[in-house]
Design a protein around this ligand. Structure first.
Ligand code: ADP
Length: 627
């Protein structure tokens, strides 16, 4: 009996020791944790606190006991926004017995200060009854400070970015306004010369062309800077439309050839017969990329040639095709170590730095545009061996023709028998009004002027014009307000309003249309676009100057030369090689007998002594036909 009692006592003692050592171990573990751990009873009164919890909240461990958990919670988020007790996580856990984790709340310290914490509450249960909760929390002051610093920096960057965009938009508006006058008046003088209303000597015409070209160049630079800011802020998007690819390539050749003829390299644009004519593409971006690549090639190539070749990598499959665009030149080439930097904004390699030309933005923009269209630009180049920039893109091939691009024909008057329409011009800048007046007056329009928004509205009320050309940024009342008021007041039918704006962004079109305008014409505008819009809204019939002869490149291409008898082509090649103009002329006549358009174009090109270019085309035709 005694033995039994002894052994039972020993067992109890043993268990008690075990328990004590387990508790000591647990306390040691809890004491070594840097997170605060609090235990409560079912009433939410603290029954246990580890040293970290007491230290974080500024109490002695013993002082923690008996306090109510809810009193420790600030009931506000770290940014100070208060919330009701019912939304407090530990309160809710006591209500529904479910565990919770909270990202960021605030606990009170003994000294009245508060600390941001992340914490979790876990219910303690016996059977179904809740007998208390365990709260584990962590001081997130440092993390919050780091986060706040990031948020502050982000905010500051956003503010700076917005300021930069606003600055660029304003600056571009300011630059576009005088540019509108420069380009517009140069255009006007050219038109007057071409329609016989004014006479220009050859030198004056050349000077005028230089003014125009420089203006276009400046406009290109302004647009580049805007493009870069748009790309940097992620606002650039791809906008595919139905596009006549052959026409686009042909125009490019013509445009660049003008520049190239000023210097020595010959320029060829060549597309394979398998390249589809009508595709869906963001023609504006594609054109911009190709102009940039070709422009660079022409700019940096002192002698030799520049070639834009377009090939179909895959024939049409399921309504799609893959095309490769490659611009090659025989220029100075680019060293491997410089190639990596080429596509960074404002970076220029050796060839770009020496003539001190260009902004170093073109390739950065081009790459971004090509990437937006689903490809990438590759460069193959070595010093002294020329350069080749290429990219591949997928296109949807369109069946049937794309409506012809708006013909940029030269308007010289109105068909007789049309009413004398009255046009209100609202613009605060005298030169802008003058430019519109000088474009429209010779066509017989009656013109009404307004120098600010209020006046524009008043003159519309008094004179009921047939159409309004409205600047959007004007003193007293801006164009948006004028348009809105007119739309609200008008009873006798809708007066067409064409917004003529130097706004930096094409995206403002939507805003302008929402205000009640019918069209958006961006300064600097082309006179043909102005007439087209007015003509459309007033249903006018214009008299146009005779159309210029079809551009040469559309007639002379390798595929068409390839259709000639091989012997005739061989003779032509020989004559071109020895630069025998007379013989080439004879051969052009022989070609004309077979293909009149090609013969005429050839004859013209021979007269302009573009031998090297023609030779290149003959060679391409030979390669084509395998001769
Ligand atoms: P920009 O032509 O305005 O300087 P780009 O971004 O178009 O700017 O070109 C960046 C640089 O790349 C040029 O300054 C030039 O050094 C180099 N580069 C571009 N194209 C060629 C080329 N075809 N041949 C030689 N160098 C080129």
């Amino acid at each position: 009996m005694l033995d039994y009692a002894n052994s039972a006592e020993q067992k109890v003692q043993h268990i008690t020791e075990e328990l004590r050592s387990t508790e000591t171990r647990h306390r040691q573990i809890l004491a070594s944790v840097s997170d605060g751990i609090i235990g409560t009873n079912a009433n939410g009164e603290i029954t246990f606190s580890n040293p970290a919890a007491a230290a974080l909240l500024g109490y002695a461990e013993a002082e923690m006991l008996g306090r109510r958990m809810h009193h420790l919670v600030h009931h506000s988020y770290p940014d100070g926004t208060p919330f009701p007790e019912s939304e407090c996580a530990s309160y809710q856990t006591f209500q529904d017995g479910r565990p919770r984790t909270v990202d960021a709340e605030v606990f009170w310290r003994k000294d009245g200060a508060s600390i941001p914490v992340e914490y979790s509450t876990t219910p303690l249960k016996q059977g179904f009854a809740m007998v208390g909760a365990i709260v584990v929390f962590r001081d997130i002051t440092q993390r919050k400070a780091a986060l706040d610093a990031i948020l502050d920096a982000k905010m500051a960057a956003e503010v700076a970015n917005r300021a930069k965009s606003a600055f660029l938009a304003n600056m571009s508006h300011e630059l576009r306004t005088p540019l509108n006058a420069i380009l517009g008046f140069a255009d006007l003088m050219r038109r007057e010369a071409r329609t016989g209303r004014a006479r220009l000597t050859a030198e004056q015409a050349e000077n005028l062309a230089t003014i125009h070209r420089s203006g276009e160049h400046l406009l290109g630079l302004i647009n580049d800077v805007l493009d870069i800011s748009k790309i940097e802020s992620g606002r650039a998007t791809c906008q595919p439309t139905d596009c006549d690819l052959h026409a686009l390539l042909g125009e490019l050749g013509e445009l660049l050839r003008e520049r190239a003829t000023l210097k020595s390299p010959s320029l060829r644009v060549h597309w394979a017969a398998t390249v589809p004519r009508h595709v869906r593409a963001d023609a504006t971006k594609l054109r911009q990329v190709l102009i940039n690549l070709l422009g660079n090639a022409v700019k940096f190539t002192q002698q030799g040639s520049v070639l834009l070749a377009v090939d179909a990598l895959r024939g049409e499959q399921g309504g799609r095709c893959r095309l490769r665009f490659a611009v090659s030149d025989t220029g100075p080439g680019i060293a491997a170590e410089e190639q990596a930097k080429l596509f960074q904004p404002f970076s220029q390699a050796l060839a770009g730095v020496s003539p001190q030309e260009g902004s170093g933005l073109g390739l950065a923009i081009s790459r971004q545009h090509v990437q937006l269209m689903g490809g990438d630009i590759a460069v193959h180049s070595a010093p002294g061996q020329g350069s080749r920039f290429s990219f591949e893109l997928d296109f949807e091939v369109l069946k049937g023709a794309v409506p012809e691009a708006k013909a940029q024909r030269l308007v010289i008057g109105l068909e007789p028998g049309q009413p004398r329409y009255r046009v209100l011009i609202g613009d605060d800048i005298e030169t802008n009004r003058q430019l519109l007046i000088k474009n429209l007056k010779p066509l017989g329009f009656a013109l009404i002027e307004a120098t600010d928004g209020e006046q524009a509205l008043a003159r519309w009320r008094d004179e009921q014009p047939d159409l309004i050309l409205l600047d959007m940024r004007m003193p007293k009342m801006d164009g948006y307000e004028v348009a809105r008021r007119i739309r609200a007041e008008e009873k006798r039918g809708r007066t067409p309003i064409i917004a003529v704006t130097a706004s930096a962004f094409e995206e403002q079109r939507d805003e302008v249309l929402a205000a009640g305008c019918d069209e958006f014409l961006r300064k600097p505008f082309r006179d043909a676009d102005l007439f087209e819009l007015i003509g459309r809204h007033l249903k006018l019939a214009f008299v146009y100057a005779e159309r210029a002869a079809p551009a040469l490149h559309t007639a002379v291409d390798a595929a068409r030369l390839g259709a000639l008898p091989a012997a005739l082509r061989a003779q032509l090649r020989e004559a071109l090689l020895v630069l025998d103009g007379a013989r080439c002329g004879e051969l052009a006549e022989q070609v004309a007998a077979l293909d009149p358009e090609l013969g005429a174009a050839l004859g013209k090109q021979v007269k302009e002594m573009r031998f090297e270019e023609l030779l290149g085309l003959c060679e391409a035709a030979d390669a084509w036909t395998g001769t």
